[in-house]
Design a binder for this molecule. Structure first.
Ligand code: GLN
Length: 282
């Protein structure tokens, strides 16, 4: 099949499910991944004939896209903080909001700082890996309840040539941490079951439930538990950072305040929603 015919096929099959721009961008992401050709390179060779193997790959991706399977899982990687991360169905696809959380952490840390940092609920490893890349003198530990997620995170750390300590544990089962930290950060599950109707099918059907959802009767379960550990185990002037559910910021503010945290700040994401919070242990 000619590449230009394949492109038409993508539009005729997918334009009714996605916007034209999205289909265009999916097609070119697949061309990068399967043909190692950029959009500009391809524009010069519209009559490129695909091999049967290449055609099979594209047609399989087309079927997956029709079923809302995320393009990042099809390709097997995504970009985060200018780094490429392997992703699969065992890990949440890193979000731009989480990049904003990292920029916030970096703003208040000097590049030379020798911080001891703990990340809880790592998924692909995007938070600790991006942090250690930008704070190379820091020592970073990360924890996840999912062994399958940790396998992906470890491969990502290896690919980025960074040294991180991985811990396989359910944070809710821990009553204390091994030692003290300068920074504790987490993007735990925070989408309430009742909010599932606001989620897109690609998230709902394929991203890991364990990374996303919490019950409506105790949606801050992870935050409360982590904050209690953090007030014990952060060093003096240490920082706690969370990505948060936009509707629960005020409630979390009160919880952190009651635990004795100071300088509590809520920050909005690029869409204008309350998306992160930080607090200092005095
Ligand atoms: N921001 C993610 C989403 O809305 C949720 C991440 C999380 O639950 N920690 O899909």
């Amino acid at each position: 099949m000619l590449i230009k015919v394949l492109k038409e096929l993508f539009h005729s099959e997918l334009d009714k499910i996605y916007s034209k721009e999205e289909v265009f961008s999916f097609f070119h992401m697949l061309c990068e991944a399967y043909l190692d050709k950029s959009r500009l390179e391809l524009a010069l060779i519209p009559n490129l004939e695909l091999t049967p193997e290449q055609e099979t790959l594209f047609l399989k991706a087309l079927e997956q896209l029709k079923r809302d399977f995320p393009i990042q899982y099809i390709i097997g990687n995504t970009e985060f903080m200018d780094l490429t991360f392997e992703v699969n169905e065992n890990v949440l696809i890193p979000r731009p909001e989480t990049e904003e959380l990292i920029y916030w952490i970096l703003e208040s840390s000097s590049k030379e700082a020798k911080n001891s940092i703990l990340d809880i609920g790592t998924g692909s490893g995007c938070i600790p890996i991006a942090l250690v890349k930008n704070l190379p003198n820091s020592i970073i530990e990360t924890m996840d309840v999912s062994e399958k997620a940790l396998t992906v995170a470890k491969r990502n750390a290896l690919a980025q040539k960074v040294n991180i300590k991985f811990i396989h544990h359910d944070i809710l089962q821990l009553n204390d941490l091994d030692h003290d930290y300068d920074i504790i950060v987490s993007n735990p599950p925070y989408v309430r079951e009742s909010e599932k109707n606001e989620m897109h099918d690609n998230v709902l059907k394929y991203e890991p439930d364990v990374a996303l959802y919490v019950s409506d009767h105790d949606p801050l379960i992870f935050y409360k538990h982590i904050a209690k550990l953090a007030i014990k185990r952060l060093k003096k002037q240490g920082y706690l950072y969370f990505e948060i559910n936009q509707y629960l910021g005020e409630q979390l503010y009160q919880i952190l305040n009651n635990l004795g945290f100071e300088k509590i700040e809520i920050k909005k994401d690029l869409y204008g929603a309350d998306r992160m919070i930080r607090a200092v242990k005095n």
